[in-house]
Design a protein around this ligand. Structure first.
Ligand SMILES: Cc1cc2nc3c(=O)[nH]c(=O)nc-3n(C[C@H](O)[C@H](O)[C@H](O)COP(=O)(O)OP(=O)(O)OC[C@H]3O[C@@H](n4cnc5c(N)ncnc54)[C@H](O)[C@@H]3O)c2cc1C
Length: 373
């Protein structure tokens, strides 16, 4: 591999020299930040450094839910996080979703206005209608969204599930094609004159008064501002505020099914949806938090078995299915669910800790980061 000092005059001029903004990470946040910076700074040089040959974290591996919170997840958060912080995070998700839908044409990311269902298992406590009414009132009061959660009494017939006692429908959530979303963001970046260097790992940086020196696997380069958009891989920078959270996903071979939409259960720890004739199911991290606090893209056999069992007994009961593919991705979590969006000094800024909702929140985080300079 050539080092930067072996590159041609043209290569150095185009990619390496005189960058105003350098971003680490070509995931949803890195690219959204780049596009928001471009809107604010039409002629500055912007470079994204990505260590994978593809973005290699969560953004190309997620389930493609355009979601902002199921009732069980919100109620769980309200039990453990101060109320204002919970609603501030919901607000950021809603704002992010609006921005995303403005930035990416809906058909370019195969956006489906399918809604979502929060499924309550038989062994979980029921939610009182009063509690749902209170959540709905808060959505209306704070954001003007009416009747966000509605009980669906017909969900068993519609979908053929087993083992769930209730379901709450949310018409404001949807699904999209994760691959198309990322591809469209990349295309928009290229069209906006934003450069990428893939297979380029950032190993460190030193902030000086007016610039930052960035060390990579291929040599050093300079920028006026550096943005850290490495999410689950940012633990060295934020050792106490965040940790990686691996998530497992399975997808079936095509089969006949009645499932249409996006579904969460167990406070959002399981999620599944149709991808045409296939079913995608992910989650189960709560079954083995310790092992899943990892940046290794590996399988967890215990969680895999639980996912297969969930498919067999609750999602596709009585049906034969085969698993076609499985993978894991790396998210980022912390004590708080709100993302970290802050400047570490005059020239180094970070947007990390996206939790399980970076699709929704990503565009809003990118916009907020671009306003730090
Ligand atoms: C299985 C799974 C399912 C999910 N489902 C959903 C969902 O349905 N809806 C939703 O909203 N969210 C979902 N999420 C969460 C969502 O995908 C993330 O919140 C979001 O993608 C985070 O984007 P990011 O750009 O911050 O991080 P990432 O996508 O992880 O991007 C960070 C990038 O930084 C690069 N990088 C790291 N360190 C370095 C370095 N030193 N030098 C250079 N590059 C580096 C990595 O290679 C990576 O490409 C899911 C996540 C997973 C894993």
């Amino acid at each position: 591999m050539l080092r930067f000092d072996q590159l041609s005059y043209w290569e150095r001029q185009q990619f390496i020299e005189e960058n105003t903004f350098v971003i680490i990470g070509a995931g949803l946040i890195g690219m959204s930040t780049a596009l928001s910076l471009r809107e604010r700074y039409p002629s500055e040089k912007i470079l994204i450094l990505e260590r994978g040959y593809l973005p290699t974290g969560a953004s190309t591996k997620n389930a493609g839910f355009a979601c902002f919170g199921s009732p069980t997840e919100l109620l769980d958060d309200l039990n453990s996080i101060p109320e204002d912080k919970v609603w501030e995070t919901v607000e950021l998700r809603l704002k992010g979703l609006e921005l995303l839908k403005k930035r990416i044409p809906l058909d370019a990311m195969s956006y489906q206005n399918c809604g979502s269902w929060d499924l309550i298992s038989r062994d979980e406590p029921t939610i009182q209608q009063e509690t749902i009414d209170t959540l709905n009132l808060e959505f209306q009061r704070r954001f003007g969204y009416q009747n966000v959660y509605k009980r669906d009494l017909d969900f068993q017939n519609k979908f053929g599930f087993r083992g769930f006692q209730a379901a709450y429908f949310n018409a404001y959530e949807g699904a999209l094609d994760t691959g198309k979303l990322i591809q469209n963001l990349q295309q928009q970046c290229i069209l906006a004159g934003i450069q990428f260097l893939f297979a380029t790992q950032v190993d460190g940086w030193q902030a000086h008064m007016e610039h930052v020196v960035i060390e990579t696997t291929h040599g050093t380069l300079d920028a006026q501002h550096l943005f850290i958009c490495t999410n689950g891989f940012a633990q060295e920078v934020f050792p106490t505020e965040l940790k990686p959270a691996r998530a497992q996903v399975l997808i079936t071979k095509p089969l006949k099914h009645q499932i249409k939409g996006t579904f969460h259960s167990d406070k959002g720890y399981y999620y599944f949806r149709d991808i045409g004739e296939r079913i995608l199911l992910g989650g189960g991290r709560h079954l083995d938090f310790e092992t899943e606090t990892s940046t290794a893209f590996e399988k967890n056999e215990h969680i895999r078995s639980a996912l297969v069992e969930k498919l067999a007994h609750q999602i596709l009961p009585g049906q034969t299915f085969e698993i076609e593919q499985e993978w894991s991705g790396i998210m980022c979590v912390g004590q708080e669910k709100k993302p970290i969006i802050k400047s570490l000094n005059k020239n180094v800024h970070a947007g990390v800790r996206m939790g399980g909702m970076g699709v929704a929140i990503g565009s809003a985080v990118g916009e907020a980061l671009s306003k730090l300079v």
